[in-house]
Write a protein that binds this ligand. Sequence first.
Ligand SMILES: [Zn+2]
Ligand SMILES: [Zn+2]
Length: 217
Amino acid sequence: MALARHINFFELQKACALPGCPLCRIVADRQRRYIDNMLFEHVSDRGFRAEYRAAGGFCSAHAQNLESFRDGLAVAILSRDILDDRLQSFKTRKPWNPKGRCPVCVERDHIEEEYLSFLAESGGDGPEETEFREAFTASEGLCAPHYGRLLVTVKDKPRRVPQWLVDFHQSRFEALLERAGQFIELSAYGRQDEFNHLPAADKIVWKELAVTLRGGV
Ligand SMILES: [Zn+2]
Ligand SMILES: [Zn+2]
């Protein structure tokens, strides 16, 4: 397949050169663009406004930076609908239970699906696949949530998760497990000297562990 002609190829390759899970980085960028785009161009779009309202607004993770967006009017228009609905539920003492899903969460699921499917197709041994594999294995690899999702997403389809991806992540997670064990062991009383001789990255392996399990940039 023409892997290199795929737009995802370049985006992933670029993200692989930066720290952290490449997919988390792409998702963060695209989510930001999505919110920006929705606030600037689609706030008057009835479909989007209805979807936003049905969801009770963005989820708290995606609403986090709403007050820092440039377009106050867009935020005000969207938020007024939500406050109106909340006020109704306060008056009637009914629990607040929006039926829709946060539109950014929906968009994020699509983005992840798109890139995970792309990764699942990177198993060949042509020059493009080799180039991609080299870039990817030089990165920190997928976080645990994204790797878990890759295995689940691709499992039931005729294609399989390419073996190089399995081997790469398996050995990364195993190495991390071992380094975490060593960190815990050498944190014990009387082992300060050995702890001091650990490589710098191993002295703060708990941070790497937390980010790997959570994902995010
Ligand atoms: Zn990730
Ligand atoms: Zn969300």
